[in-house]
Design a protein around this ligand. Structure first.
Ligand SMILES: [Zn+2]
Length: 322
């Protein structure tokens, strides 16, 4: 039996219509936090059931309780206030965290939902955190002397949350750093901050980095102190494989094999081919197969179809190797 080629997903799944509606009603004060929480759990349960049915190996809770991935954590840490609506890429609006005091971990943030999701399945569920570099990059800083100081304060707080997740039984802890590829000159800050987050953890640690200027951060990027780096390979037609031929990819890789920005459904053939091409460069034992990024921008049906393709293609390649 071939070792490796475990399937997973990056983190977010689309919220079902009833939950989107409930979030709006909650924002208007029409339903209670407890009512919203019950529906978030219902949606989480549905996604866990789906992942089990199609045979995913490492599950996620789907992030049914999150709006923005930085703001969600900032709202629950000391030292942040939240801005009014700010425009980000395209026409997406969100509330941006503002560091106004010393950033401190106060109480568990993600642990309750992790425990709930893990209680529904015997498969491992990933603990999901937003990394200190990205939290810093997506916040306004009105308190710390510079960007590095804010990132390092965040790293201490996120480390505490990671320890709580590990104590709650998380075997995999993902610390997302989508922003790392956007400012190559700050890679050293991201590395230093991640060292604080993962210090002493026994869980398998990984980070997701969105597609960007890898020419400038590779291979130094491999020094980010995690066991696995999860990358978007499909939307760039696996062009990073050429980079990995020149300088070996030394960690486990989360191999993104379906484009999350496109309605177009990849075929099992083309995804299997992408996995085979990767096997020429990285051994199966080091490869985890997943979509490029979070699937929350797709419809529920598209997200499910993309996950099915990920699992089917991986099964096919595994069968060939066996
Ligand atoms: Zn991404």
């Amino acid at each position: 039996m071939v070792q490796g080629l475990l399937t997973t997903s990056v983190g977010s799944f689309p919220k079902p219509a009833y939950l989107l509606e409930a979030r709006n009603r909650f924002a208007k004060g029409a339903i209670s936090a407890e009512e919203l929480n019950q529906l978030e759990k219902q949606a989480t349960r549905e996604w866990i059931t789906f992942q089990e049915e199609i045979g995913v190996d490492i599950l996620v809770d789907g992030e049914m309780y999150r709006g923005d991935m930085a703001t969600y954590f900032a709202e629950r840490l000391d030292g942040f206030s939240i801005s009014g609506l700010v425009r980000s890429y395209g026409n997406r609006y969100y509330r941006k965290p503002v560091a106004v005091g010393d950033i401190r971990w106060r109480e568990p943030i993600s642990v309750e939902m992790f425990k709930y999701a893990q209680s529904l399945t015997d498969k491992p569920v990933k603990g999901m955190l937003t990394g200190p570099y990205t939290m810093m990059d997506w916040s306004f800083n009105e308190h710390y002397a510079n960007r590095e100081a804010l990132a390092m304060a965040l790293a201490e707080a996120i480390h505490q949350e990671a320890v709580e997740l590990e104590n709650a039984g998380a075997k995999y802890i993902q610390i997302d750093e989508p922003a790392v590829s956007t400012r190559p000159e700050e890679l050293e800050i991201a590395i230093k901050a991640m060292a604080v987050v993962t210090n002493g953890l026994r869980a398998h640690t990984l980070t997701h980095i969105c597609y960007g200027d890898f020419e400038k951060i590779y291979p130094r990027m491999l020094d980010i102190p995690v066991d696995q780096i999860d990358l978007e390979m499909a939307n760039s037609h696996y062009d990073l494989l050429d980079t990995f031929r020149k300088a070996k990819f030394t960690k486990a890789i989360g191999l993104g094999v379906v484009d999350v920005h496109s309605h177009v459904m990849e075929s099992v053939d083309e995804v299997a081919d992408g996995i085979r091409r990767t096997l020429e460069v990285i051994p199966a034992s080091q490869i985890y197969v997943d979509p490029d990024c979070g699937l929350k921008t797709r419809t529920v049906e598209e997200a499910k179809d993309k996950m099915r393709v990920v699992v089917e293609a991986t099964k096919r390649v595994k069968a060939e190797l066996n």
